[in-house]
Design a protein around this ligand. Structure first.
Ligand SMILES: NC(=O)C1=CN([C@@H]2O[C@H](COP(=O)(O)OP(=O)(O)OC[C@H]3O[C@@H](n4cnc5c(N)ncnc54)[C@H](O)[C@@H]3O)[C@@H](O)[C@H]2O)C=CC1
Ligand SMILES: O=C1[C@@H](O)[C@H](O)[C@@H](O)[C@H](O)[C@H]1O
Length: 336
């Protein structure tokens, strides 16, 4: 079966996901596109999916009998309405992070999916599909023994002036919030944020860098440095310290050069390149599940937990240095 997919939001990542579905992956084709900026959808049709229909609204795209499954890649604040519409239509839906911009919104999606009674939603936490994180997960709790601490860093070379302090959590660190919970098989119980002096390249409305300290239910302590104007490259680091040893996320493959009396490795500068294979694998997983009328991978519950944790981290930014508790409701059986 070829899964007929409609994409809502054809900006940077929507276009890239459309490209991978039509040109890289198997088992699906892009049949529908929609964007509030119609010219953007028309451009993706012209360049990537000439057979696709362009719909005036995301809701019309979801309702179309020609669409089997939906990709939501519009701005974060619009995700909830489209995911809820896809669930109401009984169609599998891949939603980019965040699942919703409020914990309340994510809870509404969980409730709708639970009422539907079957998984339909996959959240775009692609790091769970990254070969490096998968290899790291294999040694956590085995070769290095039970984990005790994690030291992680998320560094972007630069961000635009509109990027303000809370975005460091719900736009950027949300990836660590999800992947570390998955890596450690644990949940968070508190968050605390510490700000060093701001870097010279930071902006007026951004305190950058910052360090978030999370504690987990099993007693682990995690520090995550978020530095989004680090200048030198896109750098994702993660070291897990266990009872018997420590393990680090592998560096992305890079040719090592001996040049000009220096030993050199290129450092990537763009998240699109750093996780290119993970995006391919996550979407292939979505296609396989969608062909069976369901969803796999990170689920709505993971999106909800990430939203609750993000809110706590933002509260912790505002109460600099204070410990903010994180309380999770009971997990519905659908997500066990
Ligand atoms: N997993 C990952 O690593 C990444 C995830 N993202 C997520 O993907 C989403 C999109 O990000 P980008 O592509 O970078 O943004 P973008 O701004 O390049 O594209 C978003 C598109 O959505 C359209 N749009 C906005 N509101 C809409 C609505 N109500 N209905 C239909 N279309 C609408 C805009 O016109 C724009 O074309 C965000 O939620 C972002 O957090 C973005 C980058 C990386
Ligand atoms: O999701 C992403 C972007 O939206 C975000 O702005 C970046 O900071 C992340 O590194 C990237 O993976």
């Amino acid at each position: 079966m070829t899964v007929r997919i409609g994409v809502i939001g054809t900006g940077a990542i929507g276009r890239d996901h459309a490209r991978r579905i039509n040109q890289v992956l198997g088992g699906a084709e892009i049949v529908a596109l929609s964007d509030v900026n119609r010219a953007s959808a028309e451009a993706v049709k012209k360049d990537i999916a000439p057979e696709a229909m362009v719909f005036e609204t995301g809701e019309a795209l979801i309702a179309s009998p020609d669409v089997d499954a939906v990709l939501v890649t519009s701005w974060g604040a619009t995700h909830e309405q489209y995911v809820l519409a896809a669930i109401a239509a009984g169609k599998p839906c891949f939603c980019e992070k965040p699942l919703a911009t409020t914990a309340e919104g994510a809870r509404r999606i969980v409730e709708a999916e639970v009422t539907h009674g079957k998984r339909l939603v996959q959240v775009g936490f692609m790091r769970r599909y990254d070969a490096g994180y998968i290899a790291l997960k294999k040694v956590v709790g085995t070769s290095i023994g039970a984990p005790i601490m994690v030291h992680a860093a998320h560094r972007n070379p630069s961000v635009p002036e509109q990027y303000v302090t809370p975005m460091a959590i719900h736009d950027t660190m949300i990836h660590e919030i999800d992947v570390l919970r998955w890596l450690l098989d644990d949940d968070y119980v508190s968050a605390r944020v510490i700000f060093p002096r701001s870097a010279a390249r930071s902006h007026a409305k951004l305190r950058d860098p910052q360090i978030v300290i999370l504690e987990t239910a099993k007693g682990m302590v995690i520090d995550v440095e978020i530095f989004v104007n680090c200048h030198y490259g896109y750098d994702i680091r993660c070291e897990v310290v266990g009872e018997d040893g420590a393990a680090s996320l592998p560096e992305p493959m890079a040719v090592q050069m001996r040049l000009d009396a220096r030993l050199q490795n290129r450092i990537l500068t763009d998240w699109k390149d750093r996780f290119i294979e993970s995006y391919d694998v996550e979407l292939q997983d979505f296609i396989h599940a969608a062909a069976r009328g369901t969803a796999a991978g990170p689920n709505s519950w993971d999106g909800y937990v990430a939203a609750i944790t993000s809110d706590a981290c933002v509260a912790a930014q505002e109460k600099e240095g204070e410990i903010v508790p994180i309380n999770l409701p009971a997990r519905p059986a659908l997500y066990n």
